[in-house]
Design a protein around this ligand. Structure first.
Ligand SMILES: Cc1cc2nc3c(=O)[nH]c(=O)nc-3n(C[C@H](O)[C@H](O)[C@H](O)COP(=O)(O)O)c2cc1C
Length: 413
């Protein structure tokens, strides 16, 4: 049975978390006003970044976020350098931007410095982006077991080589390069100090630190004190990243660490308006968005329409992509399980529109339960690394040969 044949649906199961009476609802204030940020020729008046998320931060989602905070930095999901060099159509689709987007930020991922350099050359020659971020933070086993993502900064020579080559290609074109990395592989193999210094020396305009190790994956709470350490060590701006679920967290991170800006990942899933909240908070205002379910429903429909354009008119692909977003959009709202399941069965835009029309337009998320963790929260079972990876901080010739033979074409996060 399709969603359209089902009887009318009503909310019958509230998905409302318990109120925590110990939480103080008073907004937190910045202790010192934040300076606007400059990355090479790019101004970032509100130093907030949409952290790249594979499968999430394609242009339809970025456009929605950017509408709430027009002066931040909105980064596309990681593009595998080898796939871009091979002109893989899926990778090329991820490099697309909406006309209204600016600055256009792309993230490259790769292990082989020569391939990453070639990918950067394509970005520059074909005017694909205004800013390039480099991914050294991915914890996914299929990436780290090839020495990529968060495994890579352990090999300081390889890390420096990639950053140097990309900066060398991008800088003359006025395209700033930034690097994003984690604290390290685990507590015994911390890499962020060296990574930060190398990134700075090789010409990165800023760095982003996700304050977790690979072993921590997305579990527990990120250790913001690590961000403070890096801020104290570097002259270039540091974006703090990890567990910002609302504007107050963003302010708290800045107050606690002195970071020049914040990067938001899971906290904006289903809540693009968090960028408006952070913008207000950074400007000293207590104004916060509190959208009704009717307003969120309108965003869902708009998101579905933009995704249809992203998939060149393929509504089925669009609404399938939309599924995870709908689950996030509805989180905390009193919407029943049957309705949520019906969204998961949509096959076209009309199905989405019909379901949205049956939502209670006046419903709201209960106060003080909005800024809660969402998305992935699990720990890694085991960190997968190439054989002998931790034996030395430098790559041997054999190691490089082994690594560069088979970069994954599609390193899904
Ligand atoms: C679904 C998902 C996909 C991600 N994809 C990327 C990616 O493509 N590139 C990247 O550098 N980080 C990626 N990340 C990591 C986030 O950018 C961010 O660093 C991390 O989620 C921590 O921030 P948060 O606590 O605000 O979510 C991803 C995270 C998630 C949950």
């Amino acid at each position: 049975m399709t969603a359209s044949q089902e009887p009318p649906l009503t909310a019958f199961e509230a998905d409302v978390p318990e109120l925590d009476p110990s939480v103080d609802p008073a907004p937190v204030r910045l202790e010192h006003a934040l300076d606007p940020l400059r990355l090479g020729p790019i101004d970032v008046p509100t130093p907030v970044m949409l952290s790249p998320m594979a499968g999430v931060t394609n242009w339809p989602f970025r456009v929605l976020c950017e509408e709430y905070g027009p002066d931040g930095l909105y980064v596309a999901e990681m593009i595998t350098a080898r796939a871009l060099v091979a002109r893989n159509p899926k990778a090329l689709r991820l490099c697309r931007f909406a006309p209204q987007e600016g600055p256009r930020s792309l993230q490259l991922y790769g292990v082989n410095p020569s391939i990453v350099e070639q990918a950067a050359r394509i970005v520059v020659d074909e005017h694909m982006a205004d800013h390039v971020d480099l991914n050294f933070g991915c914890p996914v086993p299929k990436v780290t077991r090839r020495g990529g993502g968060s495994a890579l900064p352990w090999k300081t020579d390889l890390f420096a080589d990639i950053v140097r080559r990309v900066v060398h290609v991008c800088e003359p074109a006025g395209i700033p390069v930034t690097a994003k990395f984690r604290v390290g592989i685990d507590d015994e193999h911390v890499t962020f100090h060296e990574a930060g210094h190398i990134a700075q020396e090789e010409g990165c305009a800023a760095v982003t630190l996700h304050a977790r190790t690979t072993a921590e994956y997305y579990g527990g709470h990120s250790d913001w004190s690590r961000i403070g350490e890096l801020v104290a060590e570097l002259g270039i701006p540091v974006f703090g990243n990890g567990d910002i679920w609302g504007a107050d967290d963003a302010v708290r991170m800045v107050n606690e660490t002195g970071c020049a800006g914040v990067a938001i990942g899971r906290g904006c899933q289903g809540r693009p308006w968090i960028f408006a909240d952070i913008r207000h908070a950074f400007a000293g205002s207590d104004e916060r968005a509190d959208p009704t379910l009717g307003e969120v429903g309108a965003i869902i429909v708009r998101h579905a329409e933009l995704l249809t354009r992203f998939y060149d008119g393929d509504e089925r692909m669009a609404v399938h992509d939309l599924r995870k977003h709908v689950a996030w959009y509805l989180k905390g709202f009193p919407v029943g399980g049957r309705m949520r399941r019906a969204f998961m069965e949509c096959e076209g835009l009309d199905d989405v529109r019909r379901l949205v029309a049956t939502l209670d337009p006046d419903a709201r998320i209960p106060a003080r339960v909005v800024d809660k963790p969402r998305g992935r929260v699990r720990f890694a079972k085991k960190v997968h690394l190439p054989y002998g990876w931790l034996d030395s901080r430098h790559t041997t010739r054999e190691e490089r040969e082994r690594l560069f033979g088979d970069d994954p074409m599609d390193a899904g996060y």
